[in-house]
Design a protein around this ligand. Structure first.
Ligand code: HEC
Ligand code: HEC
Ligand code: HEC
Ligand code: HEC
Ligand code: HEC
Ligand code: HEC
Ligand code: HEC
Ligand code: HEC
Length: 413
């Protein structure tokens, strides 16, 4: 390689770094393409193994007896608007009989499943390649079938979901004959979902490896860096409502996303629903100070004690950065459970309270009283103190008393 070419390469790759993710930085004929996680495995074996142990790769899978958790054999009927929907297994295949968009009852094959740990949804492929979410979901904790509205709303998986549940999706819609020839580089959330398309990196000579791929930890602005996770752990729409995910976003870029017009929030602004961790986080002191998702979460490794990939279990995670004295509110309990008060489980994914608030603020019982009850606004104290005597009014009294006592005054404000 001549020196001149080397120089050009150097300039274009440093340009690439400084405007990371923007397509401007890549010469048109060299735009990076998605290659799939199997290609990365060759040189990053250990990370690949770690990633396999997280939930990210398993988001969206081809249906098979190994990954179907819903009961297609016994408890396999649900009435929807007075009409039965039945779930049936035939050998290795799964089917759902229900009323279709044409108002006729039909049997649909389950081609793919989404999720398996909290809830599972089922996807069928229409003859024109359109993927549709069938009308029932399985709630793992309660072992029950429930209705999901994606079917009656005629949501098309490619437009409503695939940007967050697959990697490197090419929708390939042909308007002329209304067909879809959709492809993706990985079924689930793979390397390139967080690192951007990797063909240039894979093909680059050794000395250019570092400059040809996004490492989120090296994105200088922490708010922009956190968008890597925020592109999926969020809710809203893009492109005038056409997509449910930020289509066109790649890691390092700016997230241009309309957060839901009607966000699923409690009156105090904390999240009521799942996949809003980024929305919560943006409002937090952690965001202000540049503490991002991967300061607390492993990115390609299972957590020590849970599925959530946290770097340390429970309060020890918080204590790795915060020294909190055992007095005032922090002296109420013998066991100072930071997460219990600062990340109360008040959101819902499949069952009530299976998602933690990521605003890291104490949700005061006062907010509950102001909003008119626990149904409208849960709080930190009552997520554990649910006995009849522990009304929000009582909890607030205790909290105020502790906070106003003279010896504690110094700790707060
Ligand atoms: C042919 C071997 C090879 C393949 C294939 C490969 N990488 Fe790399 N990768 C490297 C080398 C070498 C480095 C540089 C390591 C260093 O500098 O410490 C690297 C570095 C990285 C970095 C860190 C960059 C930085 O600046 O910190 C990331 C992220 C990365 N690779 C992701 C990927 C992804 C994603 C894929 C698949 C799309 C992939 N790699 C495929 C060899 C490879
Ligand atoms: C959920 C997002 C996500 C996925 C999926 C992901 N990464 Fe990463 N990766 C990150 C983030 C964030 C960092 C920087 C912070 C860190 O290391 O925790 C990183 C860092 C890296 C690094 C550089 C630091 C190191 O540990 O050597 C390499 C190399 C890398 N990733 C490769 C891969 C490969 C290969 C895959 C797929 C097998 C993959 N990543 C999947 C988010 C992800
Ligand atoms: C392309 C979309 C996408 C990106 C980017 C992404 N995630 Fe996820 N993440 C998901 C999906 C979908 C799941 C659900 C997996 C499941 O439940 O099977 C998930 C699950 C998780 C979980 C496991 C617990 C749970 O609720 O399922 C953690 C923790 C997590 N993500 C953190 C991160 C972090 C940190 C980043 C950024 C470094 C990130 N994610 C980037 C889509 C994404
Ligand atoms: C903007 C990104 C995004 C979009 C769009 C999206 N999801 Fe998700 N989804 C996630 C993330 C992130 C998680 C996991 C984290 C969480 O639940 O808090 C998740 C979780 C799930 C789960 C639960 C998984 C489990 O293991 O229990 C199911 C099922 C699911 N999504 C189905 C869908 C369907 C169907 C659509 C389309 C109608 C869709 N999602 C659209 C990001 C998205
Ligand atoms: C200050 C630490 C911290 C930061 C920053 C953080 N998380 Fe978490 N996250 C946690 C803890 C702790 C849990 C709960 C783990 C448990 O129950 O043991 C959690 C749980 C989760 C879960 C599981 C579902 C839920 O909400 O309970 C997801 C998904 C997740 N975090 C994603 C993210 C994303 C995306 C970001 C960045 C926008 C982020 N987290 C930032 C500490 C953090
Ligand atoms: C990687 C270091 C780090 C970790 C881990 C961490 N924090 Fe923080 N936290 C900070 C920094 C830095 C600040 C901002 C400076 C300050 O206000 O002390 C902060 C601020 C806060 C604040 C004040 C927020 C505000 O809005 O002003 C609370 C409350 C908090 N953290 C709780 C927690 C809890 C609970 C955990 C564990 C789930 C945790 N932190 C984990 C570094 C961390
Ligand atoms: C009984 C509930 C409760 C528990 C448990 C708890 N906190 Fe707090 N924390 C509070 C309250 C109340 C405040 C005062 C601010 C407020 O009202 O929002 C506070 C304030 C803070 C602040 C802000 C700085 C300050 O001192 O004003 C940090 C940081 C913090 N807590 C970290 C932690 C950590 C780390 C743990 C675990 C070791 C923890 N907290 C456990 C209720 C709790
Ligand atoms: C993570 C669960 C959890 C959260 C969150 C929590 N508590 Fe507790 N609380 C307990 C448990 C368990 C005990 C009994 C054991 C102990 O004292 O540690 C207790 C005991 C107490 C006691 C002592 C009661 C007695 O009879 O001696 C008071 C007062 C109290 N909590 C107030 C609060 C207030 C106020 C909040 C909100 C700021 C709160 N708690 C949040 C679990 C919790």
């Amino acid at each position: 390689m001549t020196r001149k070419i080397m120089l050009i390469l150097f300039i274009s790759s440093s340009l690439f770094l400084s405007t990371a993710g923007s397509s401007l930085a890549q010469p048109a004929n060299e735009a990076a393409a998605y290659v799939g996680a199997a290609k990365c495995k060759k040189c990053h074996q250990e990370i690949h193994e770690g990633w396999k142990s997280t939930l990210h790769p398993y988001k969206f899978q081809k249906a098979s007896p190994d990954n179907i958790v819903g009961d297609f054999n016994k408890n396999n009927r649900l009435e929807i608007n007075g009409k039965p929907t039945t779930m049936l297994q035939k050998g290795e295949e799964f089917f759902i009989t229900t009323v279709g968009p044409d108002k006729k009852t039909d049997t649909y094959k389950v081609n793919y499943v989404i999720g398996e740990f909290w809830k599972q949804l089922y996807v069928t492929e229409f003859p024109n390649g359109e993927l549709r979410i069938l009308p029932v979901m399985w709630i793992v904790k309660t072992q029950q079938w429930k209705v999901t509205k994606a079917w009656s709303k005629n949501l098309i998986y490619q437009n409503a979901c695939s940007g967050c549940h697959n990697t490197g999706t090419q929708i390939n819609y042909n308007k002329a004959d209304n067909t879809y020839k959709t492809t993706w580089s990985d079924l689930g959330v793979a390397c390139e979902a967080c690192h951007g398309p990797g063909s240039r990196h894979v093909n680059a000579p050794e000395e250019n490896k570092s400059d040809t791929i996004i490492n989120p930890a090296k994105i200088p602005d922490p708010r922009r860096a956190a968008m890597v996770c925020g592109s999926c752990h969020t809710r809203g729409s893009c492109c005038e409502g056409k997509y449910g995910y930020p289509k066109g976003y790649t890691p390092g870029g700016q997230l241009n996303f309309m957060f839901s017009e009607k966000p699923k929030l409690h009156p105090d602004g904390s999240s009521k629903a799942n996949r809003q961790e980024y929305i919560d986080w943006r409002s937090s002191g952690h965001a202000r100070e540049g503490i991002v998702c991967w300061d607390c979460h492993y990115t390609h490794q299972q957590g020590n004690s849970n599925k959530y990939q946290t770097k340390l279990p429970g309060s020890s995670l918080c204590r790795s950065c915060h020294q909190v004295e055992n007095k005032g509110v922090h002296g109420i309990h013998s066991v100072n459970n930071c997460i219990g008060c600062h990340m109360p489980p008040i959101g819902k994914r499949a069952t009530k309270g299976d998602v933690h608030s990521h605003g890291f603020k104490l949700v005061s019982p006062r907010k509950t009283i102001d909003a008119g009850g626990l149904e409208k606004q849960p709080n930190s104290c009552n997520s554990c103190h649910y006995h009849k005597d522990d009304r929000p009014e009582e909890m607030l009294k205790i909290l105020e008393k502790v906070k106003s006592s003279r010896k504690n005054r110094k700790t707060f404000n």
